[in-house]
Design a protein around this ligand. Structure first.
Ligand code: KG4
Ligand code: ZN
Length: 342
């Protein structure tokens, strides 16, 4: 089965074509990151406009790379939640129109489910059940994945996502946007104990996160140093926040997997590219005898392949929609997206 999938939930316009979910025939990503960099964050209006300009182009490039004609497609999919609403609507409307014109089903896909599915592309043998961590610029969530389309959110962030804490710290340090990768690079030369950053616990919710405290503490460390006329040590602060984030995430993910009796943990999302987090997850999974799937960095950030992979399993579960399908700025990953009423 050949599926063309569109991803446009944030600042990447992406298209990919999968055969039976896991085999990726083409993957094209147009990143808007340079356009948003001068504002220090994603500007929703600019994102939507750029998606409009590029969506048809990336879809055509994907078809060309895969060497197939539109008439060979069996379905068209798009991310319909969560994300910037204007941005989502561009990709979803393009995909719905293409499906209508080709006379094939339209498959709405949840972005977080897509991030998890990046692992089906990276690890051909991987099958549910497992426990998943999705950590990105907008989300930090632990999900028990019972089956490809049956999952339960076990924990989520109460405030900022882990990526937001990295990006804000990078910004105050004057690093390039988005700063997660730069913090990661700098952290390798720093002392992780140099700055004392908080590890928040959410009362009665063992798998929930809170990163606003660590974000504020990192920002305050920079302000305090400036006020005293001292030089902030960017490498030390990068190392300190990397360890604080890894300490907050890794033990919760492994504890959630143990509670559910899962023998496999998968990581996903842009922050899953973080080397300190990857090392800490690996250390704890090894200790517990849990197999850890860490996707290559190219599959951690937003891409079309992950949507094309998940779309296949949504199709098998009967989750196709008509052209009335809407998009949603926020929706938990364990809720049914297909045909959801406003
Ligand atoms: O999944 P993603 O590409 O987009 C969203 O759905 O949000 O994640 C982007 C986030 C940004 O906050 C970025 O700074 C962060 O992932 N990121 C990293 C690293 N690479 C990207 N954070 C920490 N370490 C990295 N190596
Ligand atoms: Zn994402």
């Amino acid at each position: 089965m050949l599926i063309l999938a569109i991803e446009s939930s944030c600042d990447e316009t992406a298209a990919a074509i999968s055969r039976d979910g896991r085999e990726i025939l083409a993957d094209v990503v147009y990143s808007q990151v340079d356009m948003h960099a001068e504002y220090g964050g994603v500007v929703p209006e600019i994102a939507s406009r750029k998606h409009i300009e590029k969506v048809s182009l990336v879809a055509q490039q994907a078809l060309k790379k895969a060497g197939i004609s539109p008439s060979e497609l069996d379905a068209v999919a798009a991310t319909c939640a969560p994300g910037l609403i204007g941005a989502l609507l561009v990709g979803a409307n393009f995909a719905k129109a293409a499906a209508l014109q080709l006379g094939v089903p339209f498959i709405p896909v949840h972005h977080i489910r897509g991030h998890i599915a990046a692992n089906y592309v990276a690890f051909p043998e991987l099958k549910p059940p497992f426990t998943a961590l999705v950590a990105s610029g907008g989300h930090t969530v632990i999900i028990d994945v019972e089956d490809y389309t049956k999952m339960t959110v076990l924990g989520t962030t109460r405030d900022d996502a882990a990526g937001e804490a990295f990006d804000k710290t990078a910004r105050i340090l004057g690093l390039d946007y988005p700063g997660g990768a730069a913090i990661d690079r700098l952290s390798k030369q720093g002392d992780p104990n140099a700055y004392k950053l908080p590890r928040a616990v959410v009362h009665d919710r063992p798998y929930d996160f809170s990163f606003s405290g660590v974000k504020t503490a990192a920002v305050n460390a920079v302000h305090n140093a400036k006020q005293k006329g001292e030089e902030i040590n960017a490498a030390d602060l990068s190392a300190s926040i990397s360890v604080a984030v890894a300490d907050a995430i890794a033990p919760r993910v492994v504890a959630a997997a143990a509670e559910k009796g899962r023998k496999t943990v998968v990581a996903a999302g842009g922050v899953a590219a973080n080397s300190t987090l990857r090392a800490e997850l690996q250390r704890l999974c090894d200790k517990e005898g849990i197999t850890l799937c860490l996707p290559p960095l190219s599959l951690c950030g937003d891409n079309g392949s992950m949507i094309a992979a998940q779309a296949y399993y949504e199709y098998l579960a009967g989750n196709t929609a008509d052209s009335g399908q809407n998009c949603y700025a926020s929706l938990p990953a364990d809720e049914q997206l297909c045909g959801l009423e406003l």
